[in-house]
Every structure is written in structure tokens, then in C-alpha cells.
Ligand binder design. Structure first.
Ligand SMILES: NC(=O)C1=CN([C@@H]2O[C@H](COP(=O)(O)OP(=O)(O)OC[C@H]3O[C@@H](n4cnc5c(N)ncnc54)[C@H](OP(=O)(O)O)[C@@H]3O)[C@@H](O)[C@H]2O)C=CC1
Ligand SMILES: O=C(O)C1=N[C@H](C(=O)O)C[C@H](O)C1
Length: 268
């Protein structure tokens, strides 16, 4: 039985991850970690997540859980994730990271950590979004560089702190790579004012933050006379959490290296 620790256990994804673990076979919750000053310490993790008693008490640090897990599932915040990766690196644990909003510099820490640990790092763990990444590559290559304007539109709940979403940025990267463009050079974020006519090579990003939207992403390819839209809509967080649990099972079989959901789903 694979034992999993969930950090950010009281968060939206933390609770969904506990629920997904409870539904899965061959893998189970070993530890649930919240912030050190949380009033939830000592509470049963299953009761906290709304799935009934699991016999795992919530703790305030990974140190307290070191003997209780093989794989960490972390959906928290960038600095917290990096601290947790350092811990797993030192203690020989595998890692699944869903946190978004990491800077390029923070991502280089993951590259380094993957020399000694097996890590899955993906901005979106759902099967559907990862299939969309593949479809986007095919679409971008087929439509080419000359005719089609490309825009990435995403919508999320009012609590989301990073924008554009990690998924939207990855969609932009996939399309830019397929077209031989550098996203850093061609990305435009949220136009305003007298911006002028649209330059051909731009990839535009538009962000909506509203209510309880779980996560919608559309990539629009538009030219004179037609447009193509590739859209994914998540309707609950279990879709991400089931992907994270699948990744946890998979990464347990790896020694070192940095992987994403495309590796796990055979979409590379
Ligand atoms: N890859 C994917 O498929 C998906 C990725 N995400 C990403 O996952 C991340 C989390 O999202 P979400 O669950 O909605 O966010 P939440 O804010 O609901 O959860 C984040 C959790 O991290 C905890 N946390 C923050 N700081 C610390 C700390 N110093 N020590 C310990 N715990 C800490 C928070 O604790 P507290 O509650 O006490 O503040 C909270 O429980 C985001 O980056 C989001 O973009 C989200 C969905 C899918
Ligand atoms: O914060 C969220 O909620 C989500 N974040 C991820 C992202 O930034 O792409 C994935 C998903 O869309 C939900």
C-alpha cells in the first residue's frame, strides 16, 4: 500500500486530494499537513475533508509525518511547495506538485531537486486538459504561423491568487513551441487602451476571476472567415485530485527525474 502525505490539507485541493485518495485502491492517506498554527491540528483528516473518519490526525508539519508516507501531494503556494520539496529531497520521498504561479527561478529549484528525487509537476492534473495540450499542438502545427490569431482565455473562482492560470500559460507554451515562437517574446496580457491593430505573432491572454468557477480554458485560433476554439471546462476539483492520485501511484515507481501528466498519460 502506497502512503501519501497531503500538504495544504485544509485547502480546496487538499480536501479534494483526501477524498480522491479515499476512493482509490492500492494507495491511502498517511498524513495530512496544515499550517503550524492551524486550529485544525488534531482533527481527523477524513472528517475535515468531509469523507468520514479515516483515523489520520491532522498535523502541523511534514517533520511530524516523516515516517507516515512515501509520496507527497502538494497543492499549496510556491514558497511552501519549494520548502516541502527540500524536505522530501532530504528524506527520500517522491513528490506530486500541483501548485501554480512558480517563477522561472523557482522552477529551476525543481529541476535541481529532480536530480535526486522523482517529481511530477503539472499545472493541471485532469485528463481532459492534458489531452487539450496535445490537440493544441496538432492544431497549431496544422494552422501554421501566418493566418491565425491566437488567444488564450481562462476563468477561475474569485479566490485564485495567480494569473494567468498555470494551465493557460502552459497552453500558450505548447502553441508557441509548436509554431517555433518564444512565448516570452510574443505573449500579451490583458489589453487596455489604444493598443493599435493586432500584430500577427501575438499570443494574447485574457483572465476572468469570478464567483466559484472551478476552471475554464479556451484557446481561440481566428482568421478571416472562421475560428476554431479548443475548450476545457472543469466542473469539480475531483477531476484534478484523481489525476494527482494517479500521478502519486505512477511516481512511486520512478527513482529520479522531473515529469508531468503527459508522461503519465502517454501523451508525449
Ligand atoms: N495542478 C492542478 O491540477 C491544480 C492546481 N491548483 C493549484 O493548487 C494551488 C492550491 O489551490 P487551492 O487548493 O485552490 O488553494 P487554497 O488556498 O484553498 O489551498 C492552499 C493551501 O495551502 C496552505 N498553505 C499556505 N501556506 C502554507 C504554509 N506556510 N504552510 C502550510 N500550508 C500552507 C493553505 O493553508 P490555509 O488554509 O491555512 O491558508 C491552504 O490550505 C494553487 O497554486 C492552484 O493554482 C489548483 C487546482 C488544480
Ligand atoms: O487555482 C485553481 O483553482 C486552478 N489552478 C490551476 C491553474 O492555475 O491552471 C488548474 C485549474 O484550472 C484550477
Amino acid at each position: 500500500m502506497i502512503k501519501v502525505a497531503v500538504t495544504g490539507a485544509a485547502g480546496r485541493m487538499g480536501k479534494a486530494n483526501i477524498e480522491a485518495l479515499q476512493m482509490a485502491e492500492g494507495i491511502e492517506l498517511g498524513a495530512a499537513i496544515v499550517e503550524p498554527d492551524s486550529s485544525l491540528i488534531g482533527v481527523d483528516a477524513g472528517e475535515m475533508a468531509g469523507v468520514g473518519k479515516l483515523g489520520v490526525s491532522v498535523v502541523g508539519s511534514l517533520h511530524e509525518a516523516v515516517a507516515d508516507f512515501d509520496v507527497l501531494i502538494d497543492f499549496t503556494a510556491p514558497e511552501v511547495t519549494l520548502e516541502n520539496v527540500r524536505f522530501c529531497n532530504t528524506h527520500g520521498k517522491k513528490i506530486v506538485i500541483g501548485t501554480t504561479g512558480l517563477t522561472d527561478e523557482q522552477k529551476t529549484h525543481l529541476d535541481k531537486a529532480a536530480e535526486t528525487s522523482a517529481i511530477v509537476f503539472a499545472p493541471n492534473m485532469s485528463v481532459g486538459v492534458n489531452l487539450c495540450f496535445k490537440l493544441l499542438e496538432v492544431a497549431a502545427k496544422a494552422l501554421g504561423n501566418d493566418d491565425y490569431d491566437i488567444e488564450v482565455i481562462e476563468a477561475h473562482h474569485r479566490h485564485k491568487v495567480d494569473s494567468p492560470s498555470g494551465t493557460a500559460l502552459r497552453m500558450g507554451e505548447v502553441v508557441a513551441d509548436a509554431l517555433g515562437r518564444d512565448l516570452k517574446e510574443c505573449a500579451v496580457y490583458g489589453r487596455e487602451g489604444m493598443t493599435g491593430a493586432r500584430p500577427r505573432g501575438e499570443i494574447g491572454f485574457e483572465t476572468i476571476r469570478a464567483g466559484d468557477v472551478v476552471g475554464d480554458h479556451t484557446v481561440l485560433f481566428a482568421t478571416e472567415g472562421e475560428r476554431i476554439e479548443i475548450t476545457h471546462k472543469a466542473s469539480n476539483r475531483l477531476t484534478f485530485a484523481k489525476g494527482a492520485v494517479r500521478a502519486a501511484k505512477w511516481v512511486q515507481g520512478q527513482e529520479t527525474g522531473l515529469y508531468d501528466m503527459q508522461d503519465i498519460l502517454g501523451l508525449k
